[in-house]
Design a protein around this ligand. Structure first.
Ligand SMILES: [Mg+2]
Length: 247
């Protein structure tokens, strides 16, 4: 089968999120890597009554709650919405005069996240190699579109894609068919004309196969594929291996 379009996942596929490079805080004497290290100092300027520990637990709970909402409602919960949940947990009403402060905290958090994301140069070269042969797309589950786009721009790869879809901007997350269908529509292709590459069986492989799109599973650690996941057309150990499949 020859494909017209190659569509990539972003995190842990094209770019790596290095959580252990996030700055450190200590909670109950335990070292924890968290953006709290940069967000809390700004927060406490306005709400000095809230301790680091209270902040951290509410921050983490809001993250977990956003994850539960995403699962239950099959939609993206934006970072902005997540920060509202966070303020709710701290019992701070988000009145209009609080909104700009909340936005400033979100910006600090996202800048810190973006700093620990690394796109290897080999991946940029791979995209350059594919570019003359295929339409290129990207579908990412991420709760803040501008940050995902800034990460791509910083790696110098944003202009290589014919289409970039971030779940924050679409409202749906992979594996929901709507985000894959939106990509096909924008690229003016049918799903069988595209092949999707991603690291997550439940999100990327099940999602692509669910709309009739072929899939390549990036399985870096040699995991076994769960029985419940449709079989991908190919499995690779590193991204460069897709050259053999797509040449
Ligand atoms: Mg991924």
């Amino acid at each position: 089968m020859s494909y017209r379009c190659v569509i990539f996942d972003l995190f842990e596929t094209l770019a790596d999120f290095n959580r252990d490079r996030l700055p450190l805080i200590h909670i109950n004497g335990e070292p924890i890597h968290s953006t709290t290290a940069v967000v809390y100092p700004l927060f406490v300027e306005r709400y000095s009554q809230v301790s680091l520990k209270t902040f951290y637990y509410a921050f983490r709970e809001s993250f977990d709650e956003a994850a539960r909402l995403r699962e239950r409602e099959e939609r993206e919960v934006s970072a902005y919405e997540r920060f509202h949940l966070f303020f709710q947990k701290l019992e701070i009403p988000v009145t209009p005069d609080v909104e700009p402060f909340l936005a400033a905290l979100l910006e600090k958090h996202m800048a810190c996240v973006a700093e620990v994301i690394y796109t290897p140069p080999e991946h940029c070269e791979l995209l350059e190699w594919l570019r003359p042969k295929y339409q290129l797309g990207l579908i990412s589950n991420f709760d803040h579109g501008p940050t995902a786009r800034a990460i791509l721009a910083r790696a110098g790869i944003n202009s290589l894609f014919d289409l970039i879809l971030i779940s924050d901007e679409v409202g749906y997350r992979k594996p929901h068919p709507a985000i894959f269908e939106a990509a096909c529509q924008a690229l003016r292709i049918t799903p069988v004309e595209a092949i999707f590459i991603g690291d997550s069986p439940a999100v990327d492989i099940a999602g692509a196969k669910g709309v009739g799109m072929a899939a390549i599973w990036l399985n870096r650690t040699g995991e076994r594929l769960d029985e419940s996941i449709p079989r991908p057309e190919y499995t690779v150990r590193c991204l460069e291996e897709i050259k053999e499949i797509l040449e």
